[in-house]
Write a protein that binds this ligand. Sequence first.
Ligand code: ADP
Ligand code: ASP
Ligand code: MG
Length: 439
Amino acid sequence: MVKVVKFGGSSLASAEQFRKVAEIIHSDESRRYVVPSAPGKRFKEDTKVTDMLYGCYELAVKGKNFEKEFEAIKERYNSIIDELKIDLDLTAEFETVKSCFIGRAGRDYAASRGEYLNGLVLAAYLGYSFVDPAEMIFFKEDGSFDSDRTIKAVGERLMTIERAVVPGFYGSMPNDTIKTFSRGGSDVTGSIVAAGTGADLYENWTDVSGFLICDPRIVENPEPIRTITYKELRELAYMGAGVLHEDAIFPVRKAGIPINIKNTNKPGDPGTFIVESTSQKPLYTITGIAGKKGFSVVNIEKDMMNGELGFGRKVLEQFEKNGISFEHMPSGIDTMSIVVHQSEFGEREQEILSGLHRNVHPDLIDIETDLALIAVVGRGMKSERGTAGRIFSALAHAHVNVKMIDQGSSELNIIIGVSEKDFEKAVRAIYEIFVLQRL
Ligand code: ADP
Ligand code: ASP
Ligand code: MG
């Protein structure tokens, strides 16, 4: 049995957290490959080491003095090393990082040092080998992740090592420079290491007891989800449920490896199992709720648009030409709505509108902004009637005006558009009707 265990930033933010992590690892000898993040926040107002590194590098690029900021980063590591009495001296490593900052080794290089240094500390503390992902996680020339080459290299490299720490978040480009995944990317590294080593389980340790039905910052103490499918999770992760990076499921999914989200501070809690498919009935009609702000919707009206050949294509072409991808496209007989990211759309708005007027001659175009999208996701919705109706009545009850609704053809999710100011209220109302009232 082989388990790959990834620990997030808050799980490794201090010496005390390191102790918990070591206890978890040593309590199960199948936990052979460990992927750490950089030290995260120790308390609410604290700064993640990754953000400290970005800030520090920015000063270096501007040619400003960054001594004070760099000392603060060193202190984060040294306090852990000192408190745990680890036999490790990072002086030479810090000097290398500093000179690479001065030599402008790149923003990604700078950020990656958070995980790199934390990996050195954790490997020394656990007595595990240290393996630098720069030597086995590869990106292609165009910046995309080189899955085939990486999975093979990870397998070959780790096959010969009994126990290893592999820092998260980064890999290397064909020219040997460092590149990171997007923020939260250590989750992706964990998944890659699990796939590459053919692990039986990928445990992702964080600061909550699993994937919760909705964001704990919106609903107080939401219930954890016991079992969720990859598909459901992807919908939720994409719509902003930040527990797991949205790309983290691909490598393990291909290899058929389940993920278990666990809480470092409550290791006894079962957490959430993420699986390909399950016969386990969800406890409620819905599995989870997630949402994001910052959308605009372009409503296009034209009588009989349904009968006009190529109408939809011509509309979408205007967005495509301007490099704007759309999120959703609910439509009626005489109306079509295109939901887009507000920040991207805002920059090309006038070009798109004039393109639409010239090419599809609409009766009316109307734009709504400051929209939030909420995804209500659940494999159980397919077999239940009236889910959309219940959502509507819950929202009406909470005095939330629904601006848009779109049901995916898989019947796995319902997307609801509401005004940004109603976002939190709407999420609470949906949670209440499905979970608290157990409908
Ligand atoms: P880590 O540093 O361990 O990678 P993250 O901060 O990336 O942890 O993810 C965990 C956080 O995700 C939680 O502390 C919580 O605030 C947030 N979160 C947002 N949505 C959810 C959800 N549906 N379930 C659980 N946590 C969520
Ligand atoms: N340390 C990186 C970040 O803050 C990666 C991660 O934590 O997964 O985004
Ligand atoms: Mg994370």
